[in-house]
Design a protein around this ligand. Structure first.
Ligand SMILES: Nc1nc2c(ncn2[C@@H]2O[C@H](COP(=O)(O)OP(=O)(O)OP(=O)(O)O)[C@@H](O)[C@H]2O)c(=O)[nH]1
Ligand SMILES: [Mg+2]
Length: 203
């Protein structure tokens, strides 16, 4: 798949109240600063479609983008950002719950983890949550440009073990040098086609 056009649709504080449930959706999830917004920019070949920042906690709302007039790509605020207080964490939890419970056209999630680190308790909990909710997801190991090629497979071992995924299911990615971009686009195309076929057979 090629992304021919990408545009901003809307920012939502609460999906339950203002959801644009019109098209299939692919959501990008992960801890703060892992590179969610950068990944969307890299996929769309745009520098500033999503705002990114070296300071964690940049994305605070649910940002929806329209891709190829065919589906929505959803940039979600990150979790596990140490500087937020309890109230902010609760707000995040409610925002995510509403989103995942109500996004009936969500067809896949990209769950991002930093390839340099072991997964956090939140990452592990997120994977469990998607399994429980029956939401298909793919683990994407980001910032691969920061380590050598040789170190990558070794780094994947604890991620796979703790998140209960197989190494060949993980997409190693870098938004700096576009590692993994083709694989991600291939994945998106195949899950989107599956979704369309499932929809068609229900009609
Ligand atoms: N070297 C390198 N840096 C990256 C990569 N992806 C993101 N970054 C950097 O990591 C920082 C955070 O990136 P964002 O895309 O804003 O992260 P985010 O997950 O959207 O963060 P929140 O919105 O705060 O949850 C920025 O300084 C990016 O430039 C990557 O693949 N390689
Ligand atoms: Mg962001």
């Amino acid at each position: 798949m090629e992304i021919k056009n990408a545009s901003f649709v809307t920012s939502l504080a609460d999906y339950r109240e203002q959801a644009p449930i019109t098209l299939p959706q692919l959501a990008v999830v992960g801890k703060s600063n892992v590179g969610k917004s950068s990944l969307i920019n890299a996929l769309c070949n745009r520098k500033k479609l999503c705002k990114t920042s070296a300071t964690p906690g940049k994305t605070r709302l649910i940002n929806v983008f329209l891709i190829n007039d065919a589906f929505h790509l959803v940039d979600l605020p990150g979790y596990g950002f140490a500087k937020v207080d309890k109230k902010e964490k609760e707000r995040w939890g409610a925002m995510m719950d509403h989103y995942f419970q109500d996004s009936t056209l969500l067809f896949h999630v990209l769950l991002l983890v930093d390839i340099r680190h072991d997964p956090t308790q939140d990452d592990i909990a997120m994977a469990q949550y998607f399994r429980q909710m029956d939401i298909p997801f793919t683990v994407v190991a980001t910032k691969a440009d920061k380590i050598s090629r040789g170190a990558r497979m070794k780094q994947l071992a604890p991620i796979c073990r703790q998140m209960l995924v197989q190494p060949w299911e993980v997409i190693v990615s870098s938004s700096e040098d576009n590692t993994g971009r083709d694989k991600l686009l291939e994945l998106i195309e195949s899950v989107l086609t599956e979704e369309e076929e499932a929809e068609a057979s229900e009609e």
